[in-house]
Design a protein around this ligand. Structure first.
Ligand code: DO4
Ligand code: MG
Length: 279
């Protein structure tokens, strides 16, 4: 098991129960190494582990992203198809979601540049012109420039359901704005596929009480991760690699909307917990 944490200064590697600090690591080079696990094992060999890593993380943790493009997949779970169809019934857009769920070509959209993304502990935002908002808890693929999946992270694809529901062509405005995405806490590096019973768990707390909770197994996804990556890389090059959100399988009921001050916790046990407050 190996985890890669991006710090404001340097990189922390967790391996065999120890954590090592790489002060001179170049993030974009590291996450584009198809043999990253082997490279990191070589780099930390003989190095002393860091003991005050909890303080380091608390002070310095950053979103695990630098020059990578952040993209997202849509309508990859049955629950997402159902939720989108309900919200866009009146606008006449419902049929598009049903069709994309069945189609060979997946829905892929550009989610955000680096400056719109926060890490764990950061503040996510609701648009001032939106009345209905949700977090979307998603497994994220870390992909090298050559198209290899080297690891996984946790993402929150913050979404305005009122804007998206008004007209599917408003999707970029529903999805991309300042503070629209969270990523973290780390990249879990592995050569093995994640087990199908890996769970994504969402908890939304208001004034210390949970106001929404849900979970989903990644086996419920309609698409293969390799197919999502193949479509993403078809006509786009990614000189610094890419991060791809794989879609949400947890959608709160239509009576739920996020409020300022809510705390959003997204857990995938092998990766960790992504915690963010709503501005
Ligand atoms: O088509 C709208 C967005 C879908 C999405 O973000 C998801 O299914 O996670
Ligand atoms: Mg989404």
């Amino acid at each position: 098991m190996m985890k890669l944490y991006k710090l404001k200064q340097g990189v922390l590697v967790e391996f065999d129960g120890n954590r090592y600090w790489l002060d001179t690591a170049d993030w974009d080079e590291l996450v584009n190494d198809d043999q990253i696990i082997r490279t990191l094992k070589d780099r930390v060999r003989g190095q002393s582990p860091v003991h005050d890593w909890e303080d380091l993380l608390a002070e310095q943790i950053d979103a695990p992203m630098q020059g990578q493009e952040l993209w997202a997949s849509g309508v990859t779970y049955e629950r997402s198809r159902q939720g989108r169809q309900e919200e866009s019934q009146k606008s006449g857009g419902a049929d598009f979601y049903a069709r994309v769920y069945e189609a060979e070509r997946p829905e892929l959209f550009f989610k955000a540049p680096r400056h719109r993304v926060v890490g764990t502990g950061g503040v996510v935002r609701i648009r001032a012109d939106s009345e209905w908002d949700v977090p979307e808890p998603e497994l994220v693929l870390a992909i090298t420039r050559s198209g290899k999946i080297i690891g996984y992270s946790i993402g929150n694809d913050m979404s305005s359901r009122s804007i998206e529901g008004e007209n599917p062509l408003y999707l970029p405005q529903a999805k991309c704005y300042d503070g629209c995405a969270a990523l973290g806490p780390c990249i879990y590096l592995t050569d093995q596929p994640l087990p199908g019973d890996t769970r994504i768990e969402l908890s939304i707390c208001r004034a210390g009480e949970e106001v929404f909770g849900g979970d989903v197994e990644i086996s419920r996804i309609k698409r293969k991760f390799e197919d999502l990556v193949a479509f993403l890389y078809r006509e786009c090059s990614f000189p610094n690699g890419a991060l791809l959100m794989t879609g949400t399988g947890i959608v709160p009921g239509s009576d739920f909307t996020l409020q300022s001050g809510d705390e959003i916790l997204i857990t995938i046990a092998c990766i960790g917990t992504l915690v963010n407050r709503v501005a």
